[in-house]
Write a protein that binds this ligand. Sequence first.
Ligand code: CTP
Length: 414
Amino acid sequence: MNCLTSKRILLGITGGVAAYKAAELVRRLRERGAEVRVVMTQAAQAFITPLTLQALSGQRVHTDLLDPEAEAAMGHIELARWTDAVLVAPATADFLARLAQGRADDLLATLCLATRAPLAVAPAMNQAMWTNPATRDNLALLARRGVRVWGPAEGAQACGETGPGRLLEPEALLDRLDGLFADGALAGRRVLITAGPTREAIDPVRFLSNRSSGKMGYALAAAAVEAGALVTLVSGPVALDCPPGVTRVWAEDALSMHALVQERAGQADIFIATAAVADYRPRQVATAKLKKDAATLNLELERNPDILAAVAAMPNAPFCMGFAAETDNLVAHARKKRLAKGLDLVAANWVGAPGQGFDSDDNALELFWEGGQESLPEAPKTRLARELIGIIARLYQEKYPQGTPQDLHAQDSA
Ligand code: CTP
């Protein structure tokens, strides 16, 4: 696929050894039909010359915020408006820090602040700088603001160390840029996702829970962002990083997850429930730690609300998708679950199959919707998530060719 034809790409280069790879990137971008303008920081010019990039891009390279001649030709605001996407590659730790602070102390930082186009950064730095909490915090902040973070890759570094911090290869960056324009399938749509397990308190130190890792939900959140959606992830306790561009809120138990979803579902276009919500919670939560006085202990449990079914039953419900974990009769059970909960789409998987399902990196899914079904064979959850988001976008579009229930509702009440 090539969606880069005629796209205007502003490539920012900052001062790192990997700056030399930017030359190859410019060449490949032009091969794919993109128009490229290059902006370099002062430090970048110590690693690669503007002349090289001028020759490769076929355009004058921009280096100075206060250069009257350059400003007269194409001012920084014009440049910020001209571009369809900004990619900073390589992005140094220092540049990420300046971006996080919203500084406008050089041309590239100013452009990043002034543009409304999607902004992506491809970090490259020493692995210790990459794992430093200061860099992590800056990246988390940027991701929350919707900045896309591509890479880094792991491997041998110019400094002689090995670890994360290598610039993604030009081909991988091209694919990401391509995806930015290709996967607008959910552009502007609001997607709400639940993920992970819940913990149902027994006493102040104990809880009932399950083995859900949250990987599928997190992969779907990342894929939905890639497809242009505004994504909120209501997550149970998991040890996963929040995907870039996703807004995450934490939920401990089923009741709090239910409340957080209820607050947000009215504004969502699409709701995807991947959380392994505990079906029951202890009827009483002991206020002090339970002592092992007796030989046996009975816990009385009560049902938790079905978060997904409650959203699907809302007036103006979003497009609803749920998962079904089955050990037998998968097709019949999944179809029944879809109808019982009033879902637009259900994805069923076998549990107990080796290497699939809970806590695994791979999965295989059987999808069922009104009048259709499809199998997604075993694949990494990240790939499966992209395919699934593509299918959700298609079904959603078929269901609401005129716009979402939320849009129509907003028009009615205007
Ligand atoms: N779900 C939910 N709230 C619950 C229980 C489940 O939102 N209290 C959602 C899950 O996120 C998932 C789907 O509903 O999308 C799973 O439905 P569930 O009835 O729990 O099916 P299984 O987990 O397959 O369990 P069972 O077959 O025992 O009903």
